[in-house]
Design a protein around this ligand. Structure first.
Ligand SMILES: Cc1cc2nc3c(=O)[nH]c(=O)nc-3n(C[C@H](O)[C@H](O)[C@H](O)COP(=O)(O)O)c2cc1C
Length: 180
């Protein structure tokens, strides 16, 4: 397997929103989950957990419930929020630990970069956060094994892109301050 260097993968990675149906190989999934597992965590807590969904029927039902919730709560309309990617990875962690969200962000980007480096596509998904924090998703949190003491943080859809790599948006100026 060809593996792109990390800097190139960081620069090339774009959000992919169209996937081929083929599932990740065990080798591809292991690389992505190693990238998750070896992400740094505050105080080396390693509290963030990954839940790997590959049951297409379950994923569709989950997405349908989320869509209904978003429509009922007046949120943005979400159709097929994970874009039919064959794998959806949910991250969750200790709701009381102050760094759970930051650790999750680092881990999800590690996975996204790893995916790009081995020729896969991904998109980070935060849109289900409100749903996952609401009573409406209780049965899903139970199905996914998310404990009452944990919160869902972020998700990553992963698969083989069925599109060209999108062009990135222009970079905003003035985001970097030098003090020499
Ligand atoms: C924390 C976070 C949450 C995001 N949530 C969503 C989402 O719910 N749905 C989606 O389609 N894209 C989502 N994205 C992807 C962003 O829209 C995307 O990264 C941004 O537009 C820049 O495009 P690029 O990733 O192609 O460079 C999210 C990205 C981040 C970092």
């Amino acid at each position: 397997m060809e593996v792109k260097n990390a800097v190139q993968a960081i620069l090339d990675r774009r959000s992919i929103r169209k996937y081929k149906p083929e599932q990740l190989t065990d080798e591809q999934l292991k690389i992505i989950l190693d990238a998750f597992d070896w992400a740094p965590t505050a105080r080396n807590a390693q509290e963030v957990r990954a839940i790997v969904l590959q049951d297409a029927e379950m994923m569709k039902a989950f997405a349908a419930d989320f869509e209904a919730f978003a429509a009922a709560t007046g949120g943005k309309l979400f159709k097929n929020f994970y874009f039919d990617a064959p794998t959806l990875i949910l991250l969750c962690g200790d709701a009381e630990f102050p760094y759970t969200a930051i650790d999750s962000g680092i881990a999800v980007e590690n996975m996204a970069v790893a995916a790009d480096s081995i020729g896969l596509g991904s998109v980070i998904l935060g849109c289900i956060r409100q749903f996952m924090a609401d009573e409406a998703s209780a049965q899903w949190r139970a199905k996914f094994g998310i404990k009452d003491s944990e919160m869902f943080t972020i998700a990553l859809a992963v698969g083989t892109p069925d599109c060209e790599n999108p062009k990135g948006a222009a970079r905003k100026e003035g985001k970097i301050t030098f003090i020499k």
